[in-house]
Ligand binder design. Structure first.
Ligand code: ATP
Ligand code: MG
Length: 384
């Protein structure tokens, strides 16, 4: 990109040629066509003039004493401030070798001596048009990028503010339902208590949703996970402990199948815990009474493979591709009987991507589902 607005569309064309008659001829032709030419009689002088006032286009003679055109070109291309200025080389007829080199080092075109002035004029015009169009496109792109950034940050700020500001009043309502519950009027009236519970339940649901949305935004914003050496057994056992009770309540057997040896994995344990939390809670949620949920892990090469399987409702094939998108749910009766917002799996996917891993679903409707996570290069080898 060009720096400085002053030179944009300046129309300044610098001719660098050590032969005064050539330079003069080009200069007057350009003047006649309402361009603004300037001339330099050596590579060194040309470079100095360009540093002073960068032209829109350079017409550069190849054969010059001291510093030839190729060297001038190389220096211009090496400097980001001048690298984008198009260069048209001047070569003698039949210098095929030079012409190839001219293109190789970044020239956009060449003209041959003796000059065909009409042709030179057309070439100059078309290159100026090209560079101007390119600049316009770049400016538009930059504008779009800025607009996108503004919208994106507005969206994030909005969701953040909305969810954050929702939390306090919701917690306030929860608190007051507690106060009301202990009030005599409510205690002596089971009907009123029922309403209270319903209100409380509703508020809890909104709080859950708000929490998930905040999680997702936070996750999307903090790209880099913070991996730490984590003992796999402690990690899995610790995470699923809290699901023993909910599993028991549905008479679901919650099992683990872990490698016999100690495995140390380099993972962001806090985020990966969220992954396992979501998958295990889903498995229990979408498995009818008396089923099984299994968390297994194994190591393959230096990959860690985690699998959460259940004997539950399963996922119809047409849903599998979209289920990791926010708010996606299986719109079948048995699935919809369970409460949920459809954010869990999008959080899972984001975290797995942050670990450069992969997650896949294997499922047979009516029989069960497995979520299989592959995390590359996370196994810590103590002997490495
Ligand atoms: P949330 O987790 O946000 O409370 P949710 O559980 O509905 O709500 P996700 O965890 O994102 O949302 O799951 C999306 C959908 O995928 C669920 O609504 C459910 O239909 C389906 N699903 C997820 N896990 C399973 C599973 N183990 N068995 C069957 N269906 C599942
Ligand atoms: Mg869920």
């Amino acid at each position: 990109m060009f720096s400085g607005a002053s030179m944009i569309n300046s129309g300044l064309i610098l001719i660098i040629d050590d032969t005064p008659t050539n330079a003069k001829m080009l200069e007057s032709m350009l003047k006649r066509n309402n361009f603004t030419p300037a001339t330099a009689s050596s590579g060194r002088e040309g470079l100095a003039m360009i540093a002073e006032a960068p032209p829109e286009l350079i017409i550069l003679d190849i054969m010059m004493p001291e510093m030839d055109g190729f060297e001038v070109c190389r220096r211009l291309k090496a400097d980001p401030k001048t690298a984008d200025i198009p260069i048209i080389f001047i070569s003698a007829m039949n210098e095929t070798e030079s012409i190839v080199t001219a293109f190789d080092i970044g020239g956009v075109d060449y003209i041959t001596k003796p000059f065909q002035l009409r042709e030179v004029q057309k070439r100059v015009e078309s290159h100026l048009t090209l560079i101007r169009q390119r600049r316009e496109i770049e400016a538009l792109r930059e504008q779009e990028r800025q607009q996108f950034e503004t919208i994106n940050s507005m969206r994030e700020k909005f969701i953040h503010a909305a969810t954050h500001d929702l939390k306090n009043p919701l917690q306030l309502i929860t608190g007051y339902t507690e106060v009301l519950r202990s009030d005599e009027t409510f205690q002596s009236n089971p009907g009123l208590n029922y309403y209270l519970d319903a209100m409380r339940g509703g508020v809890q649901k909104i709080l859950g949703l708000v929490g998930d949305m905040l999680d997702l935004i936070q996750m999307e914003n903090s790209i880099d996970p913070s991996p730490e050496l984590t003992d796999l057994h402690t990690f899995v056992d610790g995470t699923i402990k809290q699901y023993e009770l909910p599993a028991q309540q549905k008479n679901i057997e919650l099992l683990t199948d872990l490698p016999p040896q100690e495995v140390i994995a380099n993972i962001d344990a806090k985020r990966m815990r969220q992954v396992l939390d979501n998958l295990v809670s889903n498995a229990i949620k979408y498995t009818p009474d008396d089923g099984h949920v299994m968390v297994s892990a194994f190591v393959e090469d230096s990959m860690l493979i985690l699998k959460v399987s259940d004997t539950g409702l399963g996922i119809p094939e047409e849903y599998i591709d979209t289920l990791f998108q926010p708010f996606a749910r299986v719109r079948e009766r048995e699935h919809m009987k369970q409460e949920g917002t459809g954010l869990g799996l999008s959080i899972v996917k984001t975290i797995i991507e942050q670990h450069h891993g992969d997650i896949e679903i294997e499922s047979t409707a009516g029989e069960g589902t497995s979520f299989i996570i592959t995390l590359p290069d996370v196994i810590h080898d103590p002997f490495a």
